[in-house]
Design a protein. Structure first.
Length: 200
């Protein structure tokens, strides 16, 4: 291998690192539908697989709005690329039935589709507020109650990008979301493009 080859691969590595940082920076600050951005990035539709969904009996003080008796529901899910079964993100949501439109709550209860997709397909007015975002080591990942979380994203070797945000339909947030993104998303898409060029 010549010295030029070494420099080229070094530049390619630096370019990939820069691209990853840039895309994740955008992903973590956007208050739009993250799924839309991920589908564009991967050039694949996403499907939601619900791992766990249950009514919460004990209500954590952080998620108790006023003295509401409306039940809270916890949903844990994976966002997976449709064609290649690549796990894109591991997500946790707390849904307050009092502050979510009834039609949306019913859709969530029946696990019909992803929360963002349901909001969009029903044409519901909502806005999102990013509360926190950044990178965490695998041993630092926690759920919305700050309890350790065992992520279903395989082969984690680098820090994990995450975003925590609230979805509002009225004055109080109806849904609290926490998304952990697969740090290999950009590398995976790039490899897919390079492989298709080599095959074509």
């Amino acid at each position: 291998m010549t010295d030029t080859d070494g420099k080229d691969s070094q530049y390619a590595g630096e370019a990939l690192d820069f691209l990853q940082k840039l895309i994740f920076d955008l992903l973590l600050v956007t208050d739009g539908r993250t799924t839309d951005l991920l589908e564009t990035l991967l050039d694949e539709k996403m499907r939601v697989t619900v791992i766990r969904q249950e009514q919460l009996n004990e209500i954590h003080a952080d998620y108790q709005v006023e003295s509401s008796d409306a039940p809270l529901y916890l949903r844990e899910s994976l966002l997976i690329s449709d064609k290649s079964d690549f796990i894109v993100s591991h997500n946790i949501a707390i849904v307050n039935s009092k502050y979510v439109p009834a039609s949306l709550f019913e859709s969530i209860a029946h696990r019909q589709e992803g929360i963002g997709k349901a909001i969009s397909s029903m044409g519901l007015q909502s806005y999102r507020k990013v509360v926190d975002s950044g990178l965490k080591g695998e041993e630092e990942t926690v759920d919305l109650f700050q309890k350790p979380l065992n992520l279903r994203i395989p082969d984690l070797h680098t820090k994990i990008p995450y975003k925590k945000y609230d979805i509002y339909f009225q004055v109080f947030p109806g849904i609290h979301m926490l998304e952990y993104f697969n740090p290999e998303v950009i590398r995976y898409r790039l490899n897919k493009v390079l492989n298709s060029k080599m095959e074509g």
